[in-house]
Design a protein around this ligand. Structure first.
Ligand SMILES: [Zn+2]
Length: 338
């Protein structure tokens, strides 16, 4: 393994709406170099792609390896992607459309590239190394600004032919509910994301029903982060607790629907909200889902907390690339025909 010319290193990339992270992994998927940059999506697609390329180059330099040691790249992207075509379709918060990100990176680094959804990447890491290790079917639900979903079925990411799937955040929970960022009404993320919870909590603070929250963050939605909500509940703001419970109950309703369709062994909950209030979320989502499934499904699934931290998306993307890209047992010398 310590052969200094073997193509056995991997890039795992996490493309976010505000930040991007490139990590270099060795053959055993241990991280050995990294680079983080701001995404600056408003500067346009070309400049965005240039920043991605630059981040990978900088991470490779940080790792101290020759770029010729790379065997492949896995990149986790927000929103739906075309995995076969390596296209980023229309990511929320980036304002880009149909970006041939796979082709660009393959040309730039002369290695195969796998493009996947970031939630799928994070869940794949949980499947390989964390809370969903070796399960037959794992569902992931990650409430944040939106609500991401993913599914690993028999070791593969469940996806459509032209588009990734498991957009659990856009399951309609309330037919006449609040407007969602996607333009439709009553989606799960319009009623249960951190943004939805923060908006309801801000109203409660304004009405004088959440004094601790009001002291800590006032009524500014952007200041009402997961940690602030959790601290307000700890300090006995009952209204805030009820708001968060209600959101978790709604997540459980969507999860019950998914359980009827896929019968997962495990439902992994993750993201900032869950990290800040793990017991509340696991308990409420689990109860709400169990109450709503047919009796045959009641004891077939577990609701658990994600185990991997910040680097789950890069690690999952690299592991996915390693899983999907045929590994030539070749050295750099072989590849250049020496
Ligand atoms: Zn929606």
């Amino acid at each position: 393994m310590s052969d200094g010319s073997r193509r056995d290193h991997w890039i795992g990339f996490d493309l976010g709406g505000t930040k991007m992270l490139a990590q270099v992994y060795d053959a055993d998927l241990k991280p050995i170099g990294r680079e983080r940059k701001r995404t600056k999506a408003s500067a346009g697609i070309d400049s965005g792609l240039d920043r991605i390329v630059e981040s990978i180059r900088d991470a490779v330099e940080d790792a101290g390896i020759d770029p010729g040691r790379l065997a492949g790249i896995g990149i986790g992207c927000p929103g739906p992607v075309d995995m076969e075509g390596g296209l980023l379709l229309n990511p929320p918060n980036l304002g880009w459309s149909r970006v041939p990100i796979g082709e660009r990176l393959a040309e730039e680094f002369s290695v195969p590239v796998r493009v996947l959804n970031d939630v799928d990447a994070g869940l794949y890491a949980e499947y390989r190394y964390g809370a969903a290790k070796d399960t037959r079917c794992a569902i992931g639900v990650f409430p944040g600004t939106g609500i991401g979903g993913g599914c690993i079925y028999k070791g593969e990411i469940l996806h459509g032919s032209h588009c990734t799937c498991m957009e659990i955040g856009h399951i309609q929970i309330m037919p006449e509910g609040p407007l969602c960022g996607c333009g439709r009404r009553g989606c799960l993320e319009a009623v249960a994301s951190r943004l939805a919870i923060a908006a309801n909590a801000a109203k409660a603070a304004y009405r004088g029903e959440a004094p601790h929250l009001n002291d800590a963050a006032g009524t500014d939605i952007s200041s009402i982060r997961s940690g602030v909500l959790s601290a307000a509940i700890e300090a006995d703001d009952k209204t805030v607790r009820d708001i968060v419970r209600e959101a978790a109950r709604h997540i459980g309703i969507a999860v019950a629907g998914v359980i009827h369709i896929l019968s997962p062994d495990v439902v992994v909950l993750g993201g900032g909200l869950v990290e800040a209030m793990p017991d509340l979320f696991i308990d409420q989502v689990s109860r709400s889902a169990r109450k709503r499934v047919m009796s045959a499904f009641k004891d077939t699934f577990e609701v658990v907390r994600s185990q991997l931290e910040d680097d789950a998306v890069t690690k999952g993307a690299a592991a996915w690339a390693q899983h999907k890209i045929p590994q030539p047992d070749a050295t750099v010398a072989d590849a250049v025909g020496v």
